[in-house]
Design a binder for this molecule. Structure first.
Ligand code: GLU
Length: 455
């Protein structure tokens, strides 16, 4: 067994040199525990290390055979590709694309592709691991995967974005497949791009492989309800948490960090279900109004304002939405937002993680100690992949569902995931994230064991 798995869980640790980081990043089968943790506050912490620490913490609460624990601590396969693209000015630029398939113990790997200038291999591995646990918790027949291209999409024309997407798909042509690895949208990627992936894959492989990618436009076999699904799922779990605490949505105030696909729909459904949304932020501004913000009015304003909320007159600009006065906090932007620096100042009593990895390990401990009820990302934001699964099923069956069927079935799964996680948290006296991991490890562990080792 890997001795790291028996070692105490590191919280703060020694700085790792850039050379060590590079060496770790260059290997194609990186171990989640390979890098020493970067202390919080000294540069961005390694997300793969964070995912590994969460994993190790949960292994103390499950009785899996050591080889299974060791097996699941390693990402199965990671592919790195150069993505050369002719830009509009005639120059050729070479981008870097990643795809990590974390584990296929439960089925084909599944997860989104993000376009962001800060994408790293480390991040993609962590996100793939989180997808793995997320799918297991939701009871989907999938393992986890994630992809990313290092690019700032806001600087590209639509034609350049299309060429990047198509070339990335070609580079991953033997990775992707309806029964092997199924991508989807993530940060900065859209249904239109998923349509290009579908088309490129099908052109090369032949036929019409709708099941190769989810989050497609409706015209190409996309599912009703997919666009809103992550936000809808976040709010399903928040409502379950509010009820669990014996409270009512109508008595709750909420702040949402992020006003993209996840943030906007989370805010909208929170308001629809009776909560008062008092704070909303995006990259341009953080807004607060104790009397409530009309989410649809803000959305309409942002549409006319290059998608940004800055300049909206019906709320004040504030400096830190995460520590503002509210009952429910939804971090729905990027990773590493609630850290050891601000966790003690979080005033919400419920945190529903819309983003992946918004809370660091150290921050988790602080929130738990302060009695903040965290619905972890792997439970709260699984609505996206759940409806992706529905899309894939509809594609395989060539039989589309109504929006009501999609939303009702999503509600059942979100509620079940929440309930199962609470049950473990209470019976093992652990925090919700550890409980969610325990559930995931039990399911993945059972599958790994049942499959056995080849050869
Ligand atoms: N990117 C989303 C996530 O992080 C959805 C993935 C999917 O639909 O496969 O969960």
């Amino acid at each position: 067994m890997d001795p790291r798995l028996l070692a105490p869980i590191p919280t703060d640790g020694a700085l790792v040199s850039p050379e060590e980081k590079l060496a770790a990043a260059q290997t194609h089968t990186p171990n989640l525990g390979m890098t020493a943790p970067t202390p919080e506050g000294k540069g961005p912490p390694s997300l793969a290390e964070m995912a590994h620490q969460q994993y190790v913490r949960a292994t103390h609460h499950v009785s899996l055979e050591p080889w299974v624990v060791e097996h699941l601590s390693h990402p199965m396969r990671t592919t790195i590709a150069s993505v050369p693209v002719r830009m509009d000015d005639g120059q050729v630029k070479v981008f870097t694309g990643y795809r990590c398939q974390y584990s296929n113990a439960l089925g084909p790997t599944k997860g989104g592709i993000r376009y962001h200038q800060d994408v790293t291999l480390d991040e993609v591995i962590a996100l793939a691991a989180w997808m793995n646990w997320k799918c297991a918790i939701a009871g989907l027949p999938y393992g986890g995967g994630k992809g990313g291209v290092v690019v700032d999409p806001t600087r590209l024309s639509i034609g350049e974005l299309e060429r990047i997407t198509r070339r990335y798909t070609v580079e991953m042509i033997n990775v992707f497949g309806p029964e092997s690895d199924i991508p989807a949208p993530d940060v900065n990627t859209t249904s239109e791009m998923m349509g290009w992936i579908y088309d490129t894959y099908s052109m090369i492989k032949g036929g019409a492989a709708a099941g190769v990618v989810t989050g497609k436009p409706l015209a190409l076999g996309g599912s009703l309800g997919r666009t809103e699904s992550t936000g809808r799922g976040v709010v399903e779990t928040i409502e379950a948490a509010v009820k669990h605490k014996g409270k009512r949505m109508q008595d709750m105030t909420a702040c949402v960090q992020g006003f993209g696909k996840v943030g906007y729909y989370s805010a909208r459904f929170l308001a629809e279900r009776g909560a008062k949304v008092v704070g909303v932020s995006d990259v341009s501004a953080q807004l607060y109004n104790k009397n409530g913000i009309d989410v649809e009015d803000l959305f309409a304003f942002a549409r006319k304002n290059k998608g940004l909320i800055k300049g909206y007159g019906k709320a004040q600009e504030i400096s830190d939405i995460l520590t503002s006065e509210c009952d429910i906090l939804v971090p729905a932007a990027l990773e590493n937002q609630i850290t050891s620096r601000n966790a003690a100042n979080v005033r919400a009593s419920i945190v529903g993680e819309g983003a992946n990895g918004p809370t660091t390990v150290k921050a988790d401990e602080i929130l738990h100690k302060n009695g903040v009820f965290v619905i972890p990302d792997v439970v709260a934001n699984s609505g996206g992949v759940v409806v992706s699964y529905f899309e894939w099923v509809q594609n395989q069956q060539h039989y589309p569902w109504t929006e009501k069927e999609v939303n009702d079935r999503l509600g059942v799964i979100m509620e079940r995931s929440f309930r199962n996680t609470v049950k473990i948290a209470e019976s093992k006296s652990v925090d919700m994230r550890t409980a969610a991991y325990v559930l995931a490890l039990e399911r993945c562990g059972e599958a790994v064991k049942a499959r056995g080792l080849f050869p």
